[in-house]
Structure formats: C-alpha cells, structure tokens
Design a protein around this ligand. Structure first.
Ligand code: FAD
Length: 429
C-alpha cells in the first residue's frame, strides 16, 4: 500500500496499534491535518485497552517503582494471595527490566516521575474533556471522584505523606476518616470497620476505555482515516536515516512518511531489530465486570474506590461495576487462571456484598505496557530513524495519559519532525 498523496504541509503517518494510545494519536494527527493509517494485528481495543480499570486517575499517578516497595516486597512475593506475582523467564529483556525497576525504587526517582506524570495527566484531562464534549462521546463517563482506602494507621500515614507531596505539586486531595468516607460513598457502609481512613480526590473520573476506543474509530473512519485490522506488523524497513515501510504478515507493505509505534507490549519486539531498546515489559492484570442492579441504590459504588490493601480498583461504568487488579511479571501470555478471577470476585463481595449479579461476571486479562520508572516513552529514541516515533509504555495509566501523550507525540512530529521539548521526549531511565 502506498502513501496517499500528501500536500507539503501534511504527510502520511502510519500509526501502529489501535489501543487507546494509538487511537488518541491518530485523532491528534488527523486534527493536525495529516493523512493517517492505523494498523492493528487484531481490532480496536484488543490489547490492554479492552477492559481495564476504567479510572481516569489524573491525580493518583504515583509509580509502582517506589522505595516503600522494598519493605513490602517479601510479603508481596511470598504470600499465596498476593496481588503481585513474579515468574523468572529465560528472557534477558525481563531480567534487564527487573533490574532497572529495582534501581528506580528510589525516593528521588519516584518524586520526579510523579511530578512529570501529574503534568502529563493535566494535559490529558484537558484534551480528553475537549474531545468528549465536542464530539458528545458516549463512554459511560462519570466525574464522581475517588477514594483510596488504607487498612491501618501505618499505611494511612504513608498515604498522607504522598498526598502532601502531591499537594505541593498542585493536586487537590484530602485525608478522611472511615466515617467520612461512607458519607462520600454510602456503598462503603458495610466495609467501614475494616479500613483506617482514606484519601479523597474529588476531581477523579471514570469511563469505559473500550467505548472511547470504538467511538474514536468510528469518528476517524467517517473523517477519512484508514484502518487495517487483522494486519500484524512484522518489521520496520529502514533505509538510511528513515523508515520507509512497515512489512506485515498478511503480505502487504505499508509505506508512509512517518511511523508512530503505539503497540503497547508489542513495541519492544518491533524496535529491537533496529537496535533500539524500548524498555516496556508486560505487567499482567485482570478485571471482572459485574452487572449492577440499577434500581438498588447505595449498594454498588458511584465513586471510584481503590482498596490499597488488596490493590484492587472499583469503578462504576453505567450499569456495570469494573473491578481490576493484580500485577504479574510472568511474560506475554493472556490466559485467565480461575483463582485470579475468584480472588477479584471475593474482594468485590467483601467490599460491596450487594453490588451486583456475581454469577454473571465477565473475566478479562490484559498486559500493561510498563516501563521500569513508570514514565512512558514519547517521541524519538536516541539513534532512532528520524521519522520513527514512539508512544508507548504507559503502564497502569494508559487510559489516563493517552490524550496528553498523543498531543506531545504529534507536536514532536510537527511540520519539521522536531523532537518533543519536554522531559519525557527520550526515555532515559
Ligand atoms: C488490569 C488492568 C487495569 C488497568 N486499569 C487502568 C485504569 O484504571 N486507568 C488507566 O489509565 N489505565 C489502566 N490500565 C492501563 C491501560 O489499560 C494501558 O496502559 C493502555 O490500555 C495501553 O494502551 P496502548 O494503546 O498503549 O496498548 P494496547 O491497548 O495494548 O494496544 C496495543 C495494540 O497493538 C496491537 N499490536 C501489538 N503488536 C502488534 C503488531 N506487531 N502489529 C500490529 N498490531 C499489534 C494490539 O493488538 C493492540 O490492539 C490498566 C491495565 C490493566 C491490564
């Protein structure tokens, strides 16, 4: 397939990946006047964007790589019901990622990452709000805030310290008692004796990421953006300092003026033969979607809730409750072990016993495209071909950060293919 004819001010950009990050990128590039083709080995939202936690976590961006992890690590790795799982694989990429992750578990790195992610999240919120309102996007959006519950005084005190840090960066959050938390979210009444306190962030939102992806696909298709589904990209063809085409398994060669890699956990594999290291490894997680009885008020939450002890998040999307959790460093498989789903069901029954029809839950597994520090890879990598950009590695925050990231990458592409000016341009952890 050849590039559509481009005027001197626009170019044909091929976006690889139709997850939330690829689609947000395609949206921004289309708005900037480029001709866009989106390619995916499956279909829209087939990867991590399918049934994630649904949280637009604009204020709650603390990375997993944090010094507090050192103390928790033995319990997290050894406890049978731990939300964290690690399986050593014969994969040097996994080992390198793990070492870089541990090296990033320092206060200075965590603080720097938090500051950068808060800035990116604020840009993302503004861009998504504009898109949502201008295009009347149907995505079960709600702006009901978020409560993060802490099981004991020690963890609550740690959370208040993190809150103070985030407040110094402009975030509006407050610490509340269990009783005050129930006043904010009555569905927590039953669980109140089991947590010491909560951090309340009134400005947090939720939406169905898959509905956003599908709505974006429809919008883009009606505006002339081309989609090639069931088309796996196997190789980027380099000629000198440029990528001239993407080869696909299905036989076709897609030529374009520029390429944006937004393949989630597939990004590393495609970049490696070019001598580029994209430090993205899958952090597997699971979700269940519970149908909610719309007539029964006060039993299923309307506010986003995170149970910090179980590391499980709850978000209301329309007449469904999305429950997500677990972080497993176990490779690229997307199998769904029954015990992980049973654990999510048990957590939900424990916190919100009357929430919905537990016999009808929909199970799902997804691979978070995680970097060691938690910073995404945006723009050009050092030594990469001039017309090859990346938009990947958003870990547990891809839905939250997609639209700000898309703006930054589109700005990097610009008329003169200049690199992103801000700190996240070239990943350097
Ligand atoms: C359990 C769980 C809960 C989460 N909760 C939240 C949350 O509450 N809030 C939040 O902000 N984020 C959350 N996330 C993270 C978020 O879902 C991801 O960061 C985000 O979906 C990543 O989007 P993406 O477009 O980069 O990747 P993906 O959605 O994975 O998209 C990548 C696409 O690339 C395609 N692809 C891969 N390789 C190739 C190839 N070689 N050729 C062609 N196509 C290819 C895939 O088919 C896929 O469609 C969660 C993730 C998980 C797993």
């Amino acid at each position: 397939m050849n590039a559509p004819s481009s005027s001197s001010s626009s170019r044909h950009v091929c976006v690889l990946g139709a997850g939330i990050v690829g689609l947000a990128t395609a949206w921004q590039l289309h708005r900037d006047g480029h001709h866009v083709t989106v390619v995916d080995s499956a279909h829209t939202g087939a990867g991590a964007s399918g049934a994630n936690g649904a949280q637009l976590s604009y204020s709650y961006v603390q990375p997993l790589a944090d010094p507090s992890l050192w103390l928790q690590l033995p319990r997290l790795l050894l406890a049978a019901d731990s939300p964290l799982k690690f399986r050593l694989r014969m994969d040097p990429h996994q080992w390198a990622w793990g070492l870089r992750f541990l090296a990033a578990c320092r206060a200075s790195v965590s603080r720097n990452t938090t500051a950068q992610l808060l800035a990116l999240a604020a840009e993302s919120r503004a861009a998504f709000d504009l898109l949502r309102t201008q295009e009347s996007l149907a995505c079960d959006f709600s702006a009901t805030g978020k409560l993060v519950l802490y099981p004991d005084e020690a963890s609550f005190a740690g959370a208040r310290r993190q809150m103070a840090l985030q407040q110094s960066m402009g975030t509006s959050q407050q610490a509340v008692s269990a009783r005050e938390a129930v006043a904010i979210e009555p569905a927590l009444a039953h669980y109140a004796p089991r947590f010491a306190g909560a951090i309340h962030t009134p400005s947090e939102c939720a939406a169905d990421c898959l509905m956003v992806c599908e709505a974006l696909q429809r919008l883009l298709q009606t505006r002339g953006v081309r989609f090639r589904f069931q088309t796996e990209v196997t190789r980027l063809v380099r000629h000198g300092r440029r990528i001239i085409a993407a080869d696909t398994r299905e036989g076709g060669r897609i030529e374009a003026d520029a390429f944006v890699v937004a393949l989630g956990t597939g990004s590393h594999r495609l970049a490696a033969p070019l001598g580029l290291t994209v430090p993205v490894y899958p952090l597997k997680g699971y979700s269940i979607t519970v149908p909610v009885d719309a007539t029964a008020e006060g039993v299923a939450p309307r506010v986003n809730v995170t149970d910090a002890k179980r590391k499980v998040v709850f978000a209301r999307i329309g007449e469904r409750l999305r429950v997500a959790g677990m972080a497993e460093l176990v490779g690229y498989g997307r199998d769904i072990p029954a015990d992980r789903i049973a654990s999510l069901v048990d957590s939900t029954r424990d916190v919100f016993p009357q929430a919905g029809r537990f016999e009808n839950v929909q199970p799902w597994a997804g691979l978070r495209p995680a970097t060691p520090t938690g910073l995404p890879v945006l723009g050009r990598l050092p030594g990469a071909p001039d017309n090859l950009l990346f938009n990947t590695g958003h870990g547990a925050l891809g839905f939250t950060l997609a639209f700000g990231s898309a703006q930054r990458v589109a700005a990097a592409l610009g008329p003169a293919l200049r690199p992103v000016a801000a700190g996240l341009a070239a990943y350097s952890a």
